[in-house]
Design a protein around this ligand. Structure first.
Ligand code: GLU
Length: 334
């Protein structure tokens, strides 16, 4: 241990897999996610040892397209156990980028702590030309080690940017600048471990959240149905038959649906499903009662959340209540 290192903060890395740990077969295309251990990733960034004492715990080794409710519950339990350790300053979670926004938002709603929790991934596998993982990991450790990052909710660090879990979305299939925050902007910038911090989030998160998954072994089924021109009612009816307790509609425009699909959604709401209108556009607010009479049909408006984040909030909301007005309030508060 180098002289003076006792003053360094202690951080835990929870590893879940993803491209940051991925290996390519021929160096330019195709790869297998989660091929490398976190220790191997850290060996590529020896500079992190000057930022923090790091310990590693493997929670999963998956591409994040395989992230599911059971793994979320296990990850949340391991994250909360770490955060409850008073000697630990913060957490870094390695994760694939495909569903990182959903995992980040889920943890943002269920973890009870003011400590920094930072999700980090990479768009290029560890063996790629100009891999982005090592710098992303260095910056993520720097952010998690920084006391100023407390009380900002769960964060995502990539491409020299710090994102709020609620705001961040993956917007490009392959580019390193895939993460964007279309509504309320960035949490800050991080350049080789140096920060520029912007305003903290205004919506509720982590320590102020009412949601808890402690003791839960499953989450309510919520399906997403993507709207389009010429849509009929088949997929909405299929979600009802599959036993969904909630339905998120990735509506056209301002969360709209054509007449056939709208009738199916109204039928679903009458049968007791919580039906949330979101938008497939990737930006903007879905408000109540604009082109669709939400009051009459019993729908919930997603406010600013994209369909995949609306699904996370509805799953957690349904663990507390089936009351439509109470569920709507969650979408205005979180
Ligand atoms: N499908 C992979 C994943 O999400 C690739 C995306 C990535 O990690 O960048 O784990």
């Amino acid at each position: 241990m180098p002289a003076g290192s006792a003053a360094l903060p202690r951080l835990r890395i929870l590893a879940t897999g993803g491209t940051i740990a991925g290996a390519q077969v021929d160096g330019t295309r195709g790869y297998k996610a989660a091929a490398f251990s976190t220790d191997a990733l850290l060996a590529a960034v020896p500079q992190v040892s000057a930022l923090a004492h790091l310990e590693v715990e493997a929670v999963a080794a998956i591409g994040s397209q395989d992230m599911d409710d059971a793994t979320w519950l296990r990850l949340a339990a391991r994250a909360q156990a770490a955060l409850d350790d008073p000697t630990l300053a913060g957490l870094v979670i390695t994760h694939g980028t495909d569903t990182m926004e959903e995992t980040a938002f889920f943890l943002n709603l269920v973890l009870r702590s003011d400590k920094p929790v930072v999700l980090v991934g990479a768009m290029r596998p560890a063996t790629a030309i100009s891999a982005d993982g090592p710098m992303n990991l260095y910056n993520a450790v720097a952010v998690a080690a920084c006391p100023e990052m407390r009380r900002r909710g769960v964060l995502v660090v990539a491409n020299d940017e710090i994102h709020f879990a609620r705001e961040v979305a993956k917007t490009n299939t392959t580019q390193v600048g895939t993460f964007r925050a279309t509504h309320r902007g960035l949490a800050g910038l991080v350049n080789s471990g140096r920060f520029h911090l912007y305003a903290p989030p205004t919506r509720r998160h982590t320590a102020q959240s009412v949601f808890s998954v402690a003791g839960l072994t499953a989450l309510p089924r919520v399906d997403i149905v993507y709207a389009h021109a010429g849509m009929d009612r088949a997929l909405i009816d299929a979600a009802v038959r599959a036993g969904a307790r909630g339905l998120v509609l990735a509506g056209v425009g301002d969360g709209n649906l054509g007449a056939a699909a709208l009738h199916a959604a109204a039928d679903a709401a009458r049968q007791g499903l919580a039906v949330v209108r979101s938008s497939r556009t990737g930006g903007g607010v879905v408000e109540r009662n604009i082109e669709i009479d939400d009051d009459a049909l019993g729908f919930i408006a997603a406010d600013e959340l994209n369909p995949q984040k609306a699904r996370v909030l509805l799953q957690l909301g349904l663990t507390q209540t089936a009351d439509r007005a109470a569920l709507q309030e969650f979408f205005f508060a979180y």
